[in-house]
Ligand binder design. Structure first.
Ligand code: BG6
Length: 494
């Protein structure tokens, strides 16, 4: 197999929010894996920054036990940890206090010119941190900044954040994270679509009947009620992850494999999304909230009874949408999107259902089966499967049809461990490759579309529909897709 050059340039990482959940759960385990893979530059240093009272030693003690937990004792390698630990230091800082940034300035003076300022903090602090970095003279000449989601809660507030950050970093140095873009199978979509004429030539209104994208989770709010209740599933999952996936599936071929070529095509999809307004919001959307139920035989409380919950919350934990893209490629092809918490399964899948043959000569009762399906599973068990129709093998059945899967399973074979999305994102960030990050105009266009929809919900007094934890969401989500023999694809059934 041809190996691409994975060596990184010399760069250093300043991790703001270094003791937070995201850093401990995702970023440090990803850095550990990059260390284990030997791809970090030998001079790379990592500075964790937070207000908690640690020093280098006590922070590393905390980090070691956290890494052992997330990576798993059996996978944890002492040597890799020793090498990683040598790179790490801790800086105690009040993020809003300019005086404290003298310590950052001092640290930056000893680092390489390419410093990555990774903000894993609440977004309300992004502006203040950038301003303080600038005022204290702590922005390195080739500094890059990485911003976690959510960037605002609507188009207006996202502009305020973007404007503020762009006073100190120009767009080419801003890396907005959507961790779904770092997932292996999402990246594989580009290869699948644009390196295989078989699929590339059939990716349009003439061949595709409809597209489904499901991002289903079994987890609930996990102690984040205060945050989640302000945003809901629409802002937490649709505005970013679901819409980014939609763009990756629907975009036209980029002219080149460059960041701007890809992002231009994604932006064209966002601009072609048919607005959901007061007129069509009832027919095109379903909003749900989970009630108590059971998942894997375990009782789960309803959303309102979760820790920290309020009994009168109107926040949605489930969204299903029927979306159209008004351009040549997708005219008349509906995209069905759904995402929710406390659903029956943890699965992220994209399903392309192809049209059946116009002139059909087999048993009419089997017609519905005679539709090819391309099933792209992002998680768990990353795989791409194509359901094809073949003859049933038997002497008696004549030309009876059956639907079988051609399987491309990524979890076995040569590469056993599929890298976590954050490993890829950190790697590309250190390489200075912006392709997997979201450009300002994409975020703002996506907010514009979502703002319209949320506004339509408000104006029409759209009612929340309850669903039991452990189900597939409210009944109306099935109605949204039904007709013409369509139904939601469910992993548990296939
Ligand atoms: C985050 C959301 O962005 O994505 C969470 O804020 C959600 O609510 C998570 O649980 C899902 O990510 P993944 O990679 O586990 O599907």
């Amino acid at each position: 197999m041809m190996r691409l050059d994975t060596r990184l340039e010399s760069c250093d990482l300043m991790l703001f929010g270094g003791v937070g959940d995201l850093s401990l759960r995702k970023l440090f385990p990803a850095l550990y894996q990059l260390e284990a893979a030997g791809v970090l530059h030998h001079t790379t240093r990592i500075i964790a920054i937070a207000r908690k009272d640690y020093d280098d030693h006590s922070f590393c003690t905390l980090l070691e036990s956290s890494l052992r937990g997330y990576i798993g004792e059996d996978q944890f390698d002492e040597q890799h940890w020793i090498s990683l630990k040598k790179r790490i230091s801790y800086l105690r800082l009040e993020l809003s206090d300019l005086d404290d940034y003298a310590a950052i300035k001092q640290a930056v003076a000893t680092l390489s010119p390419t410093v990555i300022y990774y903000l894993a903090t609440p977004p309300e602090l992004y502006g203040t941190i950038c301003e303080n970095l600038h005022s204290s003279g702590s922005i390195a000449s080739a500094g890059r900044i990485a911003l976690e989601k959510p960037i605002g809660h609507d188009q207006k507030s996202s502009r305020v954040i973007n404007d503020k950050v762009s006073c100190y970093f120009d767009e080419s140095r801003i890396y907005r994270i959507d961790h779904y873009l770092g997932k292996e199978t999402v990246q594989n979509l580009i290869a699948l679509r644009f390196a295989n004429n078989l699929f590339g030539s059939q990716w349009d209104q003439h061949h595709v009947d409809h597209v489904q994208i499901t991002l289903a989770e079994q987890v609930g709010i996990e102690g984040r009620w205060g945050y989640y209740d302000q945003v809901g599933q629409m802002r937490d999952m649709v505005q970013n992850h679901l819409i980014q996936l939609l763009c990756m599936v629907a975009m036209d071929p980029p002219t080149q494999l460059t960041a701007d070529s890809i992002r231009d095509e994604k932006l064209n999809v966002l601009r072609a999304l048919r607005p959901i307004t007061e007129k069509n919001v009832k027919r095109r959307t379903v909003r749900g909230q989970y009630r108590e139920g059971k998942i894997n035989d375990k009782a789960c409380p309803g959303y309102l009874e979760e820790e920290g919950g309020r009994s009168n919350s109107d926040t949605e934990t489930f969204v299903a949408l029927r979306v159209n893209i008004d351009n040549w490629r997708w005219a008349g092809v509906p995209f069905y999107l759904r995402t929710g918490k406390r659903l029956a399964d943890k699965v992220s899948e994209i399903i392309i259902t192809y049209k059946s043959q116009r002139h059909y000569i087999f048993d009419p009762r089997q017609r519905a089966m005679a539709q090819n399906k391309l099933i792209i599973r992002l998680q768990p068990d990353e795989s791409i499967r194509l359901r094809v129709v073949t003859k049933e093998q038997s002497l008696e059945q004549g030309m009876a049809l059956q639907s079988r899967a051609l399987d491309l399973d990524f979890s076995g074979g040569e590469q056993a461990r599929i890298p976590d999305a954050y490993e890829r994102l950190l790697l590309e960030l250190m390489r200075g490759n912006p392709s997997l990050f979201v450009r300002r105009d994409e975020i703002e266009e996506s907010w514009k579309w979502c703002d319209n929809l949320i506004d339509a919900w408000k104006r029409t007094g759209n009612q929340l529909e309850p669903y039991a934890a452990g189900s597939w969401g409210p009944e109306s989500a099935s109605k949204l897709i039904s007709g013409r023999g369509r139904e939601w694809h469910e992993r548990l059934k296939t």
